[in-house]
Design a protein around this ligand. Structure first.
Ligand code: NAD
Length: 541
């Protein structure tokens, strides 16, 4: 029980280090990278707070140097999935009844550890295993993760304060209970912050969690789990397993105590998860919460009176940072014909200076894509574009996987607005541009709206207020995160809550109160202070 109504320490966005030459953080991060690069880490699963090794191991591959060995992780079986569910359920009562301030303190402490003593380790792990540059790593693995952990505590307190009215002689109280059962968190490879947030947000609200990270993010997932444990998370509250996705899903979604899934990843996987849950609905003790943030085909649209250099910069950063592997990455653009030569000049000038290679070399803007499967898929799209009459590659297009999975920043000009790379999520450094007739700008907005099944992020560029208003309305349902005169990536916790609709997800806005509401089930308690003792009402006199 709490013995006070406590005020939280100040909570603000974590300041972002620049890693510019001469800064102490640059030197520290390079040192940590070199140290970890030279070691081989043995990465166990964590079930019931214990390290679990199976000796069925797989190597952690740095995507920019896939022959280099930085360690391996232990792959679990169906038995480990079952054990992690049992363990979570056994931990549930104690965790759910722990005071809110203790739960909050654990995650605030984890945030401070990531911001301080573990900052270089979580950053270096993300650079090595997910091939992010220092800056892309810093805004993800350090700052966004810290922001998620701290702001979620603030949002939880705001939720707890949300209480119904009471009347004379009656005290109404809303209790925010965790879900009755366990939550399954499934995270993608591309953001270390998302990997940490998916299990942590549900756990903060009092839930117990089985967490299955992507096999391509295990190296930084291990650091996350180490920090959670160091921050005092009790055994069994979050169990991290490295098990085969489909086998894990079959067991978890067939369990009667399955209470919710917190997923981020591709649309196809999420649709299958939803179907499985639907088919199993009679098995569950409670209707499971289904939260999924999924794919995108994010756009940048330019009006004829917008600055070409700003549009080109938004395209370069929006489409090619982290090799286009952000769910929010710009992958289709609509440029008025009369302005194309200017935009093209700026864009190609910028791209000619882009360097690609290892994230250890801080002058690189881009590194490798995540794995061979992604490389092969991207190469096949590029090859088809080369052969197509509907498309022309105007920049890049070279692919080389001899040392790492490197794909040049590639720009395709599409003659057909429905060409496959205008519609489908490629998840790599490939941007497709369609040129529209200036006077048909309203029709072009319809194209933007109708071309893809997704609705995650999108940006418009215009200095004309009437056009901004028109486009904002016309694209109302085309993006869950909409930008005016900015690139369509880089959402910050507490500033731009993130999530999309249509095939892009359930739009529960990660890093916001709306997301946390999905992990609780309120109980209304009405207490009458002086209950009536006569059944008759005055009108009966
Ligand atoms: P993915 O769908 O391949 O994998 C995501 C997770 O699902 C992994 O942990 C994977 O092991 C697991 N998984 C795979 N098959 C499964 C199955 N049958 N049952 C249960 N789990 C299964 O995605 P990825 O390549 O890791 O990440 C990229 C995708 O994530 C892109 O589509 C991107 O748009 C999306 N994404 C979306 C957001 C967002 O906020 N909307 C954020 C990040 C990434």
């Amino acid at each position: 029980m709490s013995k006070g109504i406590f005020k939280l320490p100040p909570i603000d966005n974590e300041p972002i280090h620049s890693y510019a030459p001469g800064t102490p953080e640059r030197e520290r991060l390079q040192k940590m990278y070199d140290e970890m690069w030279g070691q081989q880490k043995d990465i166990p699963m964590i079930i019931n707070g214990k390290e679990v090794r199976t000796n069925n191991t797989r190597r952690v591959l740095p995507p920019h140097d896939h022959q280099h060995n930085v360690g391996s992780y232990h792959v679990g079986t169906a038995e480990h999935v079952k054990e992690s569910i049992d363990t979570a359920l056994a931990a549930r009562d104690a965790w759910a009844s722990m005071t809110v301030q203790s739960r909050a303190a654990i995650f605030l402490k984890a945030a401070d550890l990531f911001a301080g003593p573990y900052r270089d380790r979580i950053n270096a792990a993300t650079m090595i295993n997910q091939s992010k540059t220092a800056f892309q790593t810093e805004i993800d693995a350090a700052c966004e993760l810290v922001d998620f952990l701290r702001f979620n505590v603030k949002y939880m307190y705001e939720i707890l304060e949300e209480q119904p009215a009471s009347s004379e002689g009656v005290w109404n109280r809303l209790e925010y209970r965790p879900l009755e059962g366990f939550v399954f968190a499934i995270s993608p490879f591309n953001f270390t912050a998302i990997a940490g947030n998916l299990p942590a947000s549900a756990a903060l609200m009092g839930n117990v969690v089985v967490w299955k990270p992507s096999f391509h993010q295990v190296y930084s997932a291990q650091v996350i789990m180490e920090v959670f444990q160091k921050a005092g998370l009790p055994a069994g509250v979050i169990n991290m397993i490295f098990t085969e996705p489909q086998e894990t899903a079959d067991i978890v979604f067939g369990h009667p105590d399955f209470a919710g899934v917190h997923f981020t990843g591709s649309t196809e996987v999420f649709r299958n998860i939803w179907k499985t849950i639907g088919n199993n609905i009679n098995k569950y003790k409670t209707y499971p919460r289904i939260v999924g943030e999924t794919g995108g085909k994010d756009f940048i649209w330019m009006y004829k009176e917008a600055p070409a250099d700003a549009v080109a910069t938004a395209l370069t950063r929006g489409a090619f940072e982290f090799q286009g592997q952000k769910c929010s990455a710009a992958s289709r653009a609509y440029i008025p014909q009369s302005r194309w030569s200017e935009v093209q000049l700026h864009l190609l000038n910028q791209l000619q200076t882009v360097k690609m290679g290892s994230p250890r070399d801080f002058s690189n803007f881009m590194t490798a894509v995540i794995h061979e499967g992604s490389f092969d898929k991207l190469e096949s799209y590029i090859e088809r574009a080369r052969q197509s009459d509907d498309a022309e590659i105007i920049f890049g297009g070279k692919c080389d996987k001899s040392k790492g999975y490197f794909i040049e920043p590639t720009v395709i000009l599409a003659k057909n607005p429905n060409y496959e790379t205008m519609e489908e999520e490629l998840f790599g450094p490939v941007l497709t541009i369609y040129l529209y007739e200036d006077e048909k700008w309203k029709e072009s907005l319809e194209l933007v709206d109708k071309t893809s099944i997704y609705a995650l992020t999108g940006a418009i560029f215009s200095d004309d207020r009437a056009v901004i208003e028109y486009a904002t309305k016309a694209l109302e349902n085309a993006a869950g995160n909409f930008y005016v005169n900015d690139k369509c990536t880089g959402a910050v916790v507490n500033q731009q809550p993130f999530g999309g609709a249509r095939a892009s997800g359930t739009n529960d806005k990660a890093g916001s109160k709306w997301n946390l509401l999905r992990w609780i089930s309120p109980r209304m308690v009405k207490e009458t202070l002086n209950p009536p003792t006569d059944y008759r009402y005055p009108f009966m006199d």
